[in-house]
Design a protein around this ligand. Structure first.
Ligand SMILES: *[C@@H]1O[C@H](CO)[C@@H](O)[C@H](O)[C@H]1NC(C)=O
Ligand SMILES: *[C@@H]1O[C@H](CO)[C@@H](O)[C@H](O)[C@H]1NC(C)=O
Length: 312
């Protein structure tokens, strides 16, 4: 399952998993590497290239033209882009990433999509949130990318949530660190879309409950917190979140204070959600991802219920 967000040269990714909803037994193979953010820890150039790192990961064949039709600053370090993709052959599953081809830039980026597949179906749009990194695709997005710029994209990755109408509803626990929120936000938004459709028409997929644990350095790096809290407020019986900050140096604003915990996501919190029927999706820096996936395995969660992707 590949997940991830921002790419950069050192991104590595992760792991692979399985199509969780089908309960296919999958092995976590260390092949998917993705970049999310740039890392100061790149020690060698080997393996730093997104294409090389993800060479064995499943990709779609379609390379689609995409046009930048919106950009915004999500935090001091993260810029979001909206891309218009007219090509109807382009589609993706919640949690997947794209190869990002920029004219005139020889390095290919790899970024997780953070929007719902429904936004693409309805408006032909996808959204990305890319952290600043000293890597050509991230630099281009931060410094050069302008409205109407044209790029090309191709979908890939094995970290996704794609329930089928015949599947029983499954509870999800999403665990995000930093920009690892990107693919999990896509899964969260898509689940909310499915639930709206189910509530309105009793058709499509019935979803279980979703609990998001999301940790970032401080409240400005907790991306999309308003979107997340809006979904929690819209579906209080289905969606819950626990937002964490680990290095907050300023006072947390009064509006946010009730939703934020200072300190890491703990083992105990996750343990409270373990059941046979729950699927776990984890995307964050490698030590965090390793920690929680190991902890879940130690608590007898079947491997095929643990989907993760690493980045750095
Ligand atoms: C969070 O950290 C970033 C980077 O160090 C800093 O620019 C920003 O001001 C901090 N925000 C808050 C709310 O402390
Ligand atoms: C959950 O797993 C336990 C232990 O493997 C098993 O005894 C139990 O029947 C399972 N429950 C369901 C609902 O599958």
């Amino acid at each position: 399952m590949a997940c991830v967000g921002i790419l950069a040269p050192g991104l590595v990714g992760g792991a692979v998993g399985a199509v969780c909803t089908r309960a296919v037994s999958s092995r976590l193979t260390p092949s998917t590497v993705r970049h999310l953010t740039l890392s100061s820890t790149m020690k060698s150039n080997r393996k730093t290239d997104h294409l090389e790192r993800t060479a064995s990961v499943v990709r779609r064949e379609v390379v689609a033209a995409a046009k930048v039709c919106g950009a915004a600053s999500e935090s001091p370090l993260v810029k979001s882009l909206r891309l218009l993709i007219a090509d109807k052959d382009f589609s993706f599953k919640a949690g997947q990433w794209i190869d990002f081809f920029i004219p005139g830039v020889s390095v290919v980026g790899g970024f997780s999509i953070c929007s719902s597949p429904r936004l693409l179906e309805k408006e032909r749009m996808i959204e990305l949130a890319v952290k600043y990194a000293n890597h050509p695709p991230a630099l281009w997005i931060h410094n050069e990318c302008a409205l109407d710029a044209e790029v090309a994209v191709r979908v890939g990755g094995e970290f996704f949530f794609d329930p089928q109408p015949t599947d029983p509803p499954r509870n999800l626990v999403l665990i995000a660190g930093g920009v690892g929120i990107n693919p999990l936000l896509s899964i969260l938004k898509y689940s909310a879309d499915l639930h709206r459709e189910w509530a309105n028409k009793r058709s499509g997929c019935e979803i279980g409950t979703i609990k998001l644990f999301y940790s970032a350095k401080n409240t400005s790096e907790l991306l999309f917190k308003e979107n997340i809290l809006d979904l929690v407020n819209e579906f209080p019986e289905k969606i819950a979140c626990s937002l964490h900050v680990t290095k907050q140096t300023t006072q947390i604003s009064a509006e946010l204070r009730p939703y934020i915990t200072e300190g890491r996501i703990t083992e105990e919190q996750i343990k409270d959600h373990i059941s046979n029927e729950t699927l776990f999706y984890i995307c964050g820096p490698p030590p965090m991802t390793d920690f929680f996936s190991k902890q879940l395995e130690n608590n007898h969660v079947p491997r095929e219920h643990i989907c993760f992707e690493k980045w750095w």
